[in-house]
Design a protein around this ligand. Structure first.
Ligand SMILES: [Zn+2]
Length: 415
């Protein structure tokens, strides 16, 4: 039935155009004081405005009293690897003891240890393990999820991961966009020679991507274009093959060094370039001109003890910025995007309002979903959060506190 979220001290509508927002527009949250949001019985937002102007058609609707609280769009996590098997808590202790991420990877740990476990696990068990995590993420306020594969590195296991991601949507009701990240790492069996490595790239382009597109398991493709992973030439090949198959593009870029991934993302017009710890003015200009969303993942910097991407410089350069968790078994298993939003302020130097835009509308725009989620406007899905505070800056000020009181998706309370 119709429902009204009534008399919130502040409704953060993020009303505005569907495209990714940059510069000053990232600070404009479209706040309505003393506002209400009316939701129709189909789970769409029907009306938003000052409560005094609520249309009489909603006089009989069920009321959620939001006095003393803020209402905001559900968070959009546009970069996760949340479907994986097992854990890597042993590496956590190695790293805290001084071992380096790239050194662990070179010894067959890191991504390749998750690949071994994810290849071996049965699909139903992988679904159960992933469901536990995504449920916790939603309890923290995330209502839309991007999920990458990349722990299979061969067709069967990549397919298994993406099937689980689709099941989280179809069977468990989560709002999910999927990304094939078969080019996450060179698998053990392809590390023997340059020819083996080239054959692996061929398999991605000619076998894995076409099969997953045929089975409608992938919305995007992604490449780890960085030192120790794939170089610019290899990454370009994979991304061009993906684009020819109709997939959107995302790139893990410039995380470990100034390795050319961001420029490649701009050259190919990718939806998102992610990490971006090592950028220069030229990279930022290219990203802006190409309209690429710069996705910051400050949780990974915190866990790995790496520098933080300069989010303020990106915003000053006019690049639209998103913030996501990077939730993955190794370099950052954070699930709470509201807390990561605070890290984006303290680490990436965003202002709280910019971080809110980054983790809602801009993240949705990078996933091609801004016409559905990421803002509270008539016609959008009723994915919204009722905060236990009237001031959204408390998400930063009291980072990590349980300030997300209610989570609603499609007008239904889910947490
Ligand atoms: Zn990632």
């Amino acid at each position: 039935m119709a429902r009204v979220f009534a008399r919130a001290d502040a409704v953060l509508t993020l009303a505005g155009p569907d495209g990714p927002r940059a510069g000053a527009a990232m600070s404009e949250l479209g706040i309505v004081e003393g506002g209400s949001v009316a939701v129709d019985d189909g789970g769409a937002i029907a009306w938003v405005g000052a409560h005094a102007a609520l249309p009489s058609a909603f006089a009989e609707a069920e009321v959620v009293d939001c006095r003393g609280r803020a209402l905001m769009p559900g968070l959009v996590d546009s970069h996760t690897h949340l479907v994986w098997a097992g854990d890597r808590k042993d590496e956590l202790e190695l790293r805290l003891g001084g071992a380096d991420y790239e050194a662990i990877f070179a010894r067959g740990g890191g991504i390749l240890s998750s690949v071994r476990k994810t290849r071996a696990i049965d699909e139903d068990e992988l679904f159960e393990q992933s469901h536990v995590r995504i449920r916790r993420m939603r309890r923290c306020g995330t209502t839309t999820f991007e999920i990458k594969s990349g722990y299979g590195l061969e067709l069967e296991a990549e397919r298994k991961q993406l099937r689980v991601a689709r099941r989280l949507a179809r069977q468990a009701g989560y709002r999910v966009r999927t990304t094939c990240l078969a080019a996450h790492a060179v698998p053990a069996e392809a590390r023997g020679s340059a020819a083996d490595r080239a054959a692996f790239i061929d398999r991605i382009c000619e076998q894995i991507l076409p099969a997953l597109v045929r089975e409608q398991l992938a919305d995007f493709a992604d490449v780890f274009c960085d030192r120790g992973a794939f170089d610019v030439e290899e990454s370009r090949r994979v991304l061009q093959a993906a684009r020819a198959l109709g997939l959107g593009l995302r790139v893990h870029a410039n995380e470990l060094g100034p390795t050319g991934g961001a420029a490649l993302a701009a050259e190919l017009g990718a939806s998102s370039a992610d990490h971006l710890l090592y950028l220069d003015d030229d990279d930022r200009r290219r990203l802006r001109e190409a309209g690429v969303v710069a996705t910051l993942l400050p949780g990974t910097s915190a866990v790995l003890g790496k520098p933080y991407a300069d989010g303020r410089a990106l915003i000053e350069a006019g690049v639209p910025v998103a913030v996501a968790t990077d939730c993955n078994p190794g370099s950052c298993a954070f699930e709470n995007l509201a807390m990561v939003l605070a890290l984006a302020c303290y680490g990436n130097r965003l202002l709280p309002a910019q971080a809110v835009c980054a983790a809602t509308h801009n993240a949705a725009a990078s996933l091609g979903l801004a016409d559905q989620v990421g803002s509270l406007q008539p016609g959008r899905r009723a994915d919204l959060l009722v905060l236990a505070t009237a001031d959204v800056r408390d998400l930063v000020y009291h980072a990590g506190s349980p300030l997300v009181e209610q989570v609603w998706q499609d007008g239904v309370r889910v947490a």
